[in-house]
Design a protein around this ligand. Structure first.
Ligand code: FES
Length: 623
């Protein structure tokens, strides 16, 4: 039994009982699958051209789409050959607009933070005497004595290191550069060898970013990024944990993300003439689930009460154990996490922001696939995860998509007839395909100021405007019309977005109250995360997602997870500092906090039930 594709000569084999989404995935054709194949997100659309398969459900497909032969790949179970067409919009887009953060001046930042070039990988120049008949000590004894003479004691040697040691000593003619990290031997090189290299890795739920760093001077040689291929098992951490635990896919998930990192590293190293064996250090920063999945550790307890992760402080492990494109003996450091939903990426981010070293009270927020916040200063740090969900990444929104080519990223609404101007990601004239997080925030705040949507998020049908209408999915606002159909935000979409923004605002507000303060004591707000790069602060305040504070208190930091990983790669001091930051952060579980639920309910409105908390928005509404 085969699936024939309209644009591919070779058919894709399909085993009985499997759905089309699975078969395409196995053939390396990845579709958007926000719900992980449950038939609820409506993103895995394909067009059925030939055949009569069993279709288990149609999810959110409209009558019109069904009449055109559109089906959900995860709901189609063929019992004979079929032919389908995969629309461009259903394919997982990879590449553009992935936040990699700035790489210039990073070494300056490290120095300003009190660090310097001092990676965990150290080098010792050793000159050994060659063995003779009269001096017949073993190679290892000879090496150990030379190390002791250099003041290096207690080094551990792995079997693999020992297996290659004899050859390496003779190739170096006993005059060598001995490389080691944290007490473990890494390699023996010729004395004049250049210093090694490191990779800093940010494993996001959505994206993977890798920096290739020259440990001779701390320079970032190159940067690579891709979508985290685990997306094909689901958009959020929960669906991936379910796949790992109930679907038996733990190894598959670990392998998938390692392949992503390997692929990028191999390409970066190839471009710069760096040998695999020269990459002697990897620093991994990711949320708690991503770190568990990377190491192939059971993440099951993360989603079960009392929400305790298997591991929070990771030992420094070896390149071979991580399965990365690097020296198998090299060191792999993983950022520690604070709790199940506040991971190493937040520890890394807080460290990169330096908020823990200053007396001013700062709020750090990472708005990505989820939403984590930390508040504090050099004396205290408190943190929480606000379960905002991935709707700003496009999940759960009918025309939602990530910030890639064709995404509406800005919206302006003017006039009584609600004229809409949109900004679309891509070259001029790129047709919109959907709307991304920043577009959603713009759209709803503009709709609110224009009177198209009320405080509760309800749309009201207007006789003289075609913008607001009743569609197949209820009331909707037409953002853009394209030959492929209208891009709309429905009332249900708006409700989902309001829930996400309410979770973020309530998280901030609850956390501030937890320490007996009010938002006005916050001196600085650091906004991090890929999403944070394109966020319009003004619009996010109108929406009621961010507190109404002086706009100059907000600072965008981009991807702080990778910045922190870079710092820990070039200077071991920051590995120690990360451990201190993680230990100092007090975690607040918002889901059991009554204060949070009350705040959340009040924040479900535009901008809030208490408009007095948003004075600048209040003025705009009155105008
Ligand atoms: Fe098919 Fe979500 S509807 S993956």
């Amino acid at each position: 039994m085969n699936i024939f594709l309209s644009d591919r000569a070779t058919p894709i084999p399909l085993k009985p009982g499997r759905h089309v989404l699975d078969a395409l995935k196995e053939a390396g054709i990845f579709l958007n699958a926000s719900c992980g194949g449950k038939g609820t997100c409506g993103k895995c659309k394909v067009k059925l051209l030939e055949g009569k398969p069993v279709i288990k459900g149609h999810g959110k497909l409209t009558e019109e789409q069904r009449a055109e032969g559109i089906v959900l790949a995860c709901q189609v179970y063929p019992d004979a050959d079929i032919k389908v067409e995969v629309p461009e919009g259903s394919r997982l887009a990879v590449g553009e607009k992935i936040a990699v953060s700035k790489t210039e001046g990073l070494m300056g930042m490290v120095k300003a933070a009190g660090g310097g070039l001092g990676p965990i990988v150290k080098e010792a120049h050793l000159q050994l005497s060659a063995p003779t008949i009269d001096d017949a000590r073993s190679d290892l004894e000879r090496l150990k004595m030379a190390l002791a003479d250099s003041g290096i004691e207690g080094t551990r040697f792995s079997r693999d290191f020992l297996a290659g040691m004899g050859k390496a000593l003779r190739a170096a003619n006993w005059d060598m550069s001995f490389r080691h990290a944290g007490g473990d031997a890494i390699s023996i090189r010729q004395a004049a060898s250049r210093p090694g290299f490191a990779i800093a890795v940010d494993i996001g739920t959505t994206t993977v970013v890798v920096y290739l760093i020259n440990l001779a001077d701390g320079k970032v040689l190159d940067v690579g990024s891709t979508y985290n291929s685990q997306i094909r098992f689901g958009d959020d951490v929960i669906t991936r944990i379910v796949h790992a635990t109930e679907g038996g896919g733990l190894e598959e998930l670990a392998k998938t993300v390692r392949q992503d990192i390997k692929g990028i590293t191999r390409a970066l190293a190839g471009r710069h003439g760096v040998d695999r064996g020269e990459i002697e250090l990897a620093v991994i920063s990711g949320n708690t689930t991503m770190s568990h999945l990377f190491w192939g550790l059971d993440p099951g307890s993360i989603r079960e009460e009392p929400y305790v992760p298997g591991v929070s402080i990771y030992p420094v492990l070896r390149g071979a154990e991580a399965g990365l494109f690097m020296n198998p003996e090299g060191a792999v450091y993983t950022f520690p996490s604070v709790a199940s939903y506040v991971g190493g990426d937040i520890v890394s981010g807080v460290m990169a922001s330096r908020m823990h070293t200053k007396p001013e009270i700062a709020l750090f927020m990472d708005i990505g696939t989820n939403g984590e916040i930390a508040i504090g200063n050099n004396e205290w740090l408190i943190t929480a995860a606000c379960s905002a969900g991935p709707c700003f990444e496009g999940s759960g929104i009918i025309h939602g998509m990530r910030a890639t080519e064709g995404a509406i990223e800005s919206v302006k609404i003017t006039g009584a007839d609600f004229r809409v101007e949109t900004g679309v990601i891509g070259t001029e004239g790129t047709a919109p395909r959907g709307i991304c997080g920043s577009g959603m925030i713009d759209a709803i705040s503009e709709m609110f100021l224009a009177g198209a949507v009320d405080m509760k998020g309800n749309l009201h049908e207007l006789p003289d405007s075609k913008r607001i209408r009743r569609g197949e999915n209820g009331m909707e606002f037409v953002i853009a019309s394209t030959p492929a159909g209208d891009i709309t935000l429905t009332e249900v979409d708006i409700e989902n977005i309001l829930r996400a923004k309410a979770a973020i605002y309530a998280g901030i507000s609850t956390l501030v109250k937890e320490v007996g303060l009010t938002p006005d004591v916050i001196d600085r707000v650091y906004v991090a995360g890929g999403f944070g790069n394109y966020l319009n602060i003004e619009r996010a305040i109108i929406l009621g997602m961010l507190p109404d504070m002086q706009r100059d208190k907000f600072t965008f930091l981009g991807n702080t997870s990778i910045t922190g990983a870079y710092m820990a790669a070039v200077s071991a001091k920051f590995q120690e500092e990360a451990a201190e930051v993680a230990a100092r952060m007090t975690y607040v579980e918002l889901s059991v906090s009554h204060g949070f639920m009350d705040e959340y309910m009040s924040s479900l409105f535009l901008p809030h039930t208490d408009v007095g908390l948003f004075p600048t928005v209040q003025k705009l509404i009155k105008k």
